[in-house]
Design a protein around this ligand. Structure first.
Ligand SMILES: *Cc1c(COP(=O)(O)O)cnc(C)c1O
Length: 365
């Protein structure tokens, strides 16, 4: 794809952010060493900072959220084991079959409201200790939910299912790719979220605005295992402090401002709600992900997405009629104000020109 026009309003993902001059400055002046030998002072500082914030014993830096999630799965499970996860969960849906490929683990997918699991969804789902059956070993939860709609776990619901998991001999892992969106929207602290968890994976490359980077935190023993699998999975780096410096900068500067992204998302949701041919309940936009549907008589989600692209707005299809817009650090209120009128224009023009675009399988990070 050719470089995008700088005026393009890119709401396809919160991974689209570019480092700010201040973040780049932090990267350029970072103290570096060989992280493979734990000699990179900046990576070490990031890992220590995360432990302190989360109230976790240990942490290990990783390249991507997929990698840190898969390191988590590997740390808790053995080949032949099974994990429990929501049917829309990233670990099961969007990581290329990682649990099977990298750990020999199968995913038992469960239904639940808004991409989240509650006690009634998980109860009875642990397999008996029997030679015919695989061993149920891990409960995975996602906060905020991605394909589930950008929702955050209420703390009591999270605590309830994690307590249930522990009482039944399971470990708990949170895919916290957007966990700081959850803490800001939910009004709870990251330490409170982590209390019922064994491990958590957090992305720096989403709302926090870093070019790359992720981290897995948890008990010493699991993180030591994860460090071994990180090497095997190709994620043990050398002077990784150049990236860790951006992550430290983001932890210090880019968490509270996520509220702006949430405000922009809610504003966009309210604007979209006023358009004929679009359906959305703005109250369901809880964080930075805005999900809405096109009325099928106008066309499908991929056709609308193609029309919007030509009009200078990037919004991806997430289903036959479903689209997702993401607000983030590089999107201003002025840009957001332009979006709903452009969506309206696309529908008014009609999507006949794109009639050849069929619905198909969807994937979004
Ligand atoms: C983006 C994302 C990840 C990790 O994705 P990477 O592209 O590998 O960094 C994991 N879980 C969820 C819910 C995500 O949205």
């Amino acid at each position: 794809m050719a470089p995008l026009d700088p005026a393009f309003i890119d709401l396809r993902s919160d991974t689209k952010t570019k480092p700010t001059p201040e973040m780049l400055q932090a990267m350029m002046t970072a103290e570096l060493g060989d992280d493979m030998n734990a000699e990179d002072p900046t990576v070490n500082r990031l890992e220590a900072m995360i432990c302190e914030m989360l109230g976790m014993e240990a942490a290990v830096f990783a390249c991507s959220g997929t990698q840190s999630n898969q390191m988590g799965v590997r740390a808790h499970c053995l080949p032949g084991d099974e994990l429990l996860i929501h049917e829309l969960g990233h670990i099961a849906m969007f990581e290329g079959g990682g649990p099977a490929i990298l750990s020999g683990v199968s995913c038992r997918t469960l239904s639940g409201e808004k991409g989240m699991l509650a006690l009634e969804n998980v109860r009875g789902k642990i397999r008996a200790d029997d030679q015919h059956l695989c061993r149920t070993r891990l409960l995975c939860v996602e906060n905020t939910t991605n394909a589930g709609g950008g929702h955050y776990y209420p703390l009591d619901q999270l605590t309830e299912i994690c307590d249930w998991a522990h009482e039944n001999g399971l470990k708990t892992h949170m895919d916290g790719a957007r966990v700081f969106n959850a803490t800001v929207a939910g009004g709870y602290s990251i330490a409170e979220v982590c209390k019922p968890l064994d491990t958590i994976s957090i992305c720096f490359s989403k709302g926090l605005g870093c070019p790359m980077g992720s981290i897995l935190a948890g008990p010493k023993e699991e993180i030591a295992k994860a460090r071994r699998s990180r090497k095997v999975f190709g994620g043990a780096l050398r002077q990784a402090g150049i990236v860790a410096a951006a992550c430290i900068y983001a932890l210090e500067n880019n968490i509270e401002r996520l509220q702006e992204d949430h405000d922009n998302a809610r504003f966009l949701a309210e604007q979209l709600a006023g358009i004929d041919g679009i359906s959305i309940n703005p109250a369901e936009t809880e964080t930075n992900l805005v999900f809405f549907d096109i009325a099928p008589e106008h066309g499908n989600a991929m056709q609308l997405s193609a029309a919007l692209k030509e009009l200078g707005v990037g919004i991806g299809a997430m289903g036959e009629t479903r689209l997702r817009a993401c607000t983030h650090l590089d999107i201003t209120r002025e840009q957001i104000e332009q979006v709903a009128p452009i969506v309206q224009k696309a529908l008014q023009q009609g999507l006949e020109k794109y009639a050849g675009i069929a619905t198909g399988p969807y994937a979004r990070g």
